[in-house]
Design a protein around this ligand. Structure first.
Ligand SMILES: Cc1cc2nc3c(=O)[nH]c(=O)nc-3n(C[C@H](O)[C@H](O)[C@H](O)COP(=O)(O)OP(=O)(O)OC[C@H]3O[C@@H](n4cnc5c(N)ncnc54)[C@H](O)[C@@H]3O)c2cc1C
Length: 382
C-alpha cells in the first residue's frame, strides 16, 4: 500500500543515470508509481570510469535491497614526485568502484516496465498539484511529482532558472582505463594496492587506482587500472580540445573512443614532460583516453511547485570531492524520508527536501572549489 493514502502517487523522472535511478528506487519502495525516461536508447555503458565508494550510496543500496556493488580495495596512498621520486606509501585504506558497476546495481533494482530508454522529455508544465510532461514522441504524461535528474546540462534547470549557467572551471579531466591484462608488467606491481597521486610540473595532478573490470569482476587479473589527470586548458583552446575525430564539437565532454589521434598524441607528449614517468607510461598504455571539462553549477533553489531538480541537474560539484554520486543518493534518501514523515502533505515534504539539498549542495560545492583552487593556485606560483 502506498504511504500516500488518497490515490496512486505518480512520479515521472527525467534521466536514467545515477540520480534518476536512486530516486526511482526509494520512491518505488514508498509505494509511488514511478516512470524513468532516459533520452539515450539501449544500454548505458562506458559513461565514465572510476568512482570512490561513498557511504550514502552503499546505504541507499542496502536499505532498498539493491546491489551488491562490486568494489576493489587499496591499503593506502602514495604521492609521487614528477621528477621520478616514488614517495612513501601511507596507510589509508579505500574502496573503489566504477560508473558501470553503480549503474548496473541501481538499474537491476528498477523493473523494466518503470524504465523507458530512448524516451526524451521535451517540456514540462504544471497546474496546481499536477505536472504534465511531454515526450519526444508527442505523448503526454500526467504525474504528481516530476524529478529532473537530467544531468549537468539539465534542460529543465535551463527552463526553470534561465539565468544560471554552467561555468567552465579552467581545467579538464582527461581519463582512461586499461584492462589489467594489458597493463605493462612493470606498471602492475607499481600501482597495485595503492591510490597513487602525482603532481604535474605545470600544476594539476594525476591519480590512479584499480577498479572492477567492465563486467564487475574484482579478482586480480580481471580489474582495470583507472586514471584521471586534471589539465589546465585555456578557455580559448577548449573548443579545439572538445572536437572529436570526425570534427564534431562537443559541449562539455569527449566520449571514449572519439578523441582525435593528434589530441591523444599531444596528451602523451605532455605526460612525459610533466608527470612521474610511471604515470606517463600509464597514459601511453591507454588506448582511448576520454575527457570531461570541469564545470561549476550552483542553484538558489531546486523546487518549483511539483518540479524538483536533483543530482548534477541541481549542483555540479568538483570531482575532487568524489561526492557527486553520494550527493545524488543523499538527495533521493532525503526526499523519501521527508515524504514518509510528512505522509500526504507532499508540498511540506518537498520544501524540507529543498532546504536539505541546498545546504548539502552548497557545502559540497564550496569544498570542491577549495580543493580545486588549491592546485590552481599552486600552478600559478610554479
Ligand atoms: C571527471 C569526473 C570524475 C568524477 N568522479 C566521481 C567520483 O569519483 N565519485 C562520484 O561520486 N562522482 C564523481 N563524478 C560525478 C558523478 O559522475 C555525477 O555526479 C553523478 O553521476 C550524478 O549524475 P546524474 O545522474 O545527476 O547526471 P548524469 O549522469 O549526467 O545523467 C543525466 C541523464 O539524463 C539524461 N537526460 C538528459 N536530458 C534528458 C531528457 N530531456 N530526457 C530524458 N533524459 C535526459 C542523460 O542522457 C543522462 O543519462 C565525477 C565527475 C567527473 C566529471
Amino acid at each position: 500500500m502506498s504511504w500516500h493514502a488518497d490515490h496512486d502517487f505518480a512520479v515521472t523522472i527525467s534521466g536514467g543515470s545515477v540520480a534518476g535511478l536512486c530516486n526511482a528506487i526509494v520512491l518505488r519502495k514508498l509505494g509511488a508509481t514511478v516512470t524513468v525516461h532516459e533520452r539515450l536508447p539501449g544500454q548505458m555503458i562506458a559513461r565514465g570510469a572510476g568512482i570512490v565508494v561513498q557511504n550514502e550510496l552503499i546505504r541507499l543500496l542496502q536499505e532498498n535491497g539493491a546491489g551488491p556493488l562490486p568494489f576493489t580495495t587499496c591499503r593506502g596512498r602514495r604521492y609521487l614526485d614528477p621528477d621520478g621520486g616514488d614517495g612513501v606509501p601511507q596507510d589509508m585504506p579505500q574502496e573503489f568502484t566504477s560508473w558501470e558497476a553503480i549503474h548496473a546495481a541501481l538499474r537491476a533494482a528498477v523493473p523494466d516496465e518503470c524504465y523507458r530508454p530512448g524516451s526524451e522529455v521535451v517540456s514540462v508544465s504544471q497546474t496546481g498539484s499536477k505536472v504534465w510532461v511531454t515526450l519526444r514522441d508527442e505523448s503526454t504524461v500526467e504525474s504528481d511529482l516530476f524529478i529532473a535528474a537530467d544531468g549537468s546540462g539539465s534542460p529543465i534547470r535551463r527552463k526553470m532558472l534561465p539565468e544560471i549557467e554552467a561555468r567552465y572551471a579552467g581545467y579538464v579531466a582527461w581519463r582512461g582505463t586499461v584492462a589489467e591484462s594489458s597493463v605493462p608488467s612493470d606498471l602492475l606491481p607499481f600501482f597495485d594496492d595503492l591510490f597513487t597521486f602525482s603532481e604535474a610540473r605545470s600544476g594539476g595532478h594525476m591519480l590512479a587506482y584499480f577498479i572492477p573490470g567492465s563486467d564487475g569482476a574484482v579478482a586480480a587479473g580481471s580489474r582495470r587500472l583507472n586514471w584521471v589527470w586534471y589539465v589546465h586548458v585555456r578557455p580559448a583552446d577548449l573548443a579545439d580540445v572538445l572536437t572529436d575525430k570526425n570534427g564534431v564539437r562537443h559541449r562539455s565532454s569527449l566520449p571514449r573512443g572519439t578523441a582525435p589521434e593528434r589530441t591523444a598524441a599531444r596528451l602523451r607528449e605532455r605526460a612525459h614532460r610533466e608527470i612521474h614517468p610511471k604515470m606517463a607510461a600509464l597514459v601511453s598504455a591507454t588506448p582511448d583516453p576520454f575527457l570531461q571539462s570541469i564545470l561549476d553549477v550552483t542553484v538558489p533553489k531546486t523546487l518549483f511547485g511539483r518540479i524538483l531538480l536533483t543530482g548534477d541537474a541541481a549542483f555540479v560539484v568538483r570531482p575532487h570531492t568524489a561526492g557527486g554520486t553520494a550527493k545524488a543518493a543523499y538527495e533521493a534518501s532525503t526526499l523519501a524520508r521527508a515524504l514518509k514523515s510528512a505522509r500526504a502533505n507532499v508540498d511540506v515534504a518537498l520544501q524540507s527536501t529543498e532546504r536539505q539539498q541546498l545546504e548539502y549542495g552548497n557545502a559540497l560545492y564550496d569544498y570542491g572549489l577549495a580543493l580545486g583552487n588549491r592546485w590552481s593556485r599552486d600552478r600559478t606560483t610554479d
